[in-house]
Design a protein around this ligand. Sequence first.
Ligand code: ADE
Length: 226
Amino acid sequence: MKVDIITLFPGFFEGVFTHSILKRAVDAGALQINIHDLREYTTDKHHQADDYRFGGGPGMLLKPEPIFNAFEDIVSNVHPRPLVLFPSPQGIPFNQHTADELSEKPHLVFLCGHYKGIDQRVIERWIDREYSVGDYVLTGGETAVTTIIDASVRMIPGVLGDLGSALDDSFRDNLLDCSHYTRPENLEGLKVPGILMSGHHKNIEIWRRITARVLTENRRPDLLLK
Ligand code: ADE
């Protein structure tokens, strides 16, 4: 998967793709990341990237012209056209289903918002999908972009060492994941549930389903309504 990221803060991404599974994906060629500095697409001598809002009010907007310039450069002449994504609190909720779907796309382009957001005409002209990663406001789009890429790239076949571990993650079948244990069997008197030591695979599977269901009922009953 090829991913272009347009950001005012290219340095933010320096560590993101150089560790753990995302690094492995890059090294294996499953993920190719290109970071684009939005300021390089400004045309005024002060390289200004933000401006006041028409109608007044606190908070600046990202100026539309540098973003148009960036998209013309990165998206316009590319065939097939990449999918263009803009994370924002106004977006539709990003979830595991979306991550699965995005993992199959060959080319994604992300725009990172900042300040009060972006001029709506950028969204009208260029953005295919606007996603929110949760009902709170982040200081900028970079962390949301990182979240969306991380959740999507891990679902590309071959990126996780053991895809089976993703298939029983939280949110598969609209359930949270069950609890897991490793050695030692007894940790300062805290014991591993006996059934996990029984070697009886069918009963272990049933225990896992039931505990996942109870956890979901307690913490995320909304998932069970889906
Ligand atoms: N940018 C700021 N807050 C955000 C959120 N909750 N989701 C996606 N992008 C954002």
